[in-house]
Ligand binder design. Structure first.
Ligand SMILES: [Zn+2]
Length: 320
């Protein structure tokens, strides 16, 4: 048994806490656990589910289209007691991120969706079908970009991309291109910041190093202080980074990693994938930025769950 699992088991046994419970209302005394981030193992793809302390929840991406992955995500969410997704972020139209969106919309009620600002969604077959279904179901759809706040408490906001019409907007780069490249499509992905009681998480979709550098520059010039209030976004010593593009070498630049010095990183990746994700160079760069970093990988550990209590202390639980 993995050492971390043994420790967690001992802690849980001592607390008499039953492992599969995702939200533990009042554990003992005044400590309560109301915030959980689930990195759901969807093979080669992305899917993160977040439960907030006000009983709302958020889904960021939903894996490659497949009946079994679809069923897995839906039952995973239902097992947490949720039947509604309050905020659903589709980072970019690649099918390893949006593949099961229709299945999820058919199984669960969706309140609000955030999507990239794509001028011609019809260029993306699966994605345009998804938008059609959302429209039929009268689901509210909003475009994300830097400056947009999803929630104030816990705090959820987009750190990128720049909005259309602004210099360096990755939306414009794609929309002005007749034949969008994979890089342009990946760079639609927002870098999303989530903070609960001081525990800070970054989600990156497939954004590459150029988008990360925009975030570094924006942070260094104080843009986020202006947009969100002074000190609201703190990028140094981030608690959890979901590593960009499944650990591909085009993401996770050293400047970005050196700024955030992630304490823990999560890589959402399929075992034996044809892309050789995660890239060894990326793992080295992450280690270079913080030699005490903890690595978590969905291909090795299955579903990864981070449970944060109302004092901002967290525990990580892995399925395998
Ligand atoms: Zn991807």
């Amino acid at each position: 048994m993995h050492v971390r699992r043994i420790i967690i088991f001992i802690i849980l046994a001592a607390m008499q806490v039953y492992l599969p419970i995702s939200i533990i209302s009042v554990v003992s005394g005044k400590v309560s656990i109301n915030f959980v981030v689930h990195y759901i193992d969807v093979g080669q793809g992305d899917c993160t589910f977040i439960e907030f302390d006000d009983n709302t929840c958020m889904l960021i991406d939903c894996g490659e289209k497949s009946q079994s992955i679809n069923n897995k995500i839906v039952s995973y969410i239902k097992n947490t007691g949720k039947t509604q997704i309050d905020y659903f972020v589709l980072t970019h139209p690649n099918t390893d991120h949006v593949g099961n969106a229709i299945g999820i919309a058919n199984a669960l009620s969706i309140k609000q969706v955030y999507i990239p600002d794509i001028a011609k969604p019809e260029n993306f077959y699966t994605y345009s079908n998804i938008l059609e279904v959302f429209s039929q179901k009268d689901i509210k759809v909003e475009k994300f970009s830097v400056g947009k706040v999803v929630k104030n408490e816990p705090f959820v906001a987009f750190l990128s991309p720049k909005p259309s019409g602004e210099e360096g907007s990755s939306f414009d780069e794609l929309n002005l291109s007749d034949f969008p490249t994979e890089k342009q499509i990946n760079n639609l992905s927002p870098i999303t910041y989530v903070e609960y009681k001081g525990a800070r998480f970054l989600f990156t979709g497939d954004a590459d190093q150029s988008q990360e550098q925009i975030v570094v520059n924006s942070y260094n010039i104080g843009l986020y202080d202006i947009l969100y209030g002074k000190g609201r976004v703190k990028l140094k010593n981030i608690d959890f980074l979901k590593v960009g593009h499944h650990g591909g070498n085009d993401s996770s630049g050293q400047n970005f990693l050196d700024l955030i010095k992630a304490k823990n990183v999560v890589i959402s990746v399929g075992g034996g994938n044809i892309y050789n994700h995660p890239d060894t160079l990326v793992l080295n760069r992450i280690f270079q930025a913080n030699q005490n970093v903890n690595f978590y990988r969905t291909d090795m550990e299955g579903n990864i769950k981070v449970v944060v209590n109302n004092r901002g202390k967290y525990e990580v639980f892995t399925e395998l």
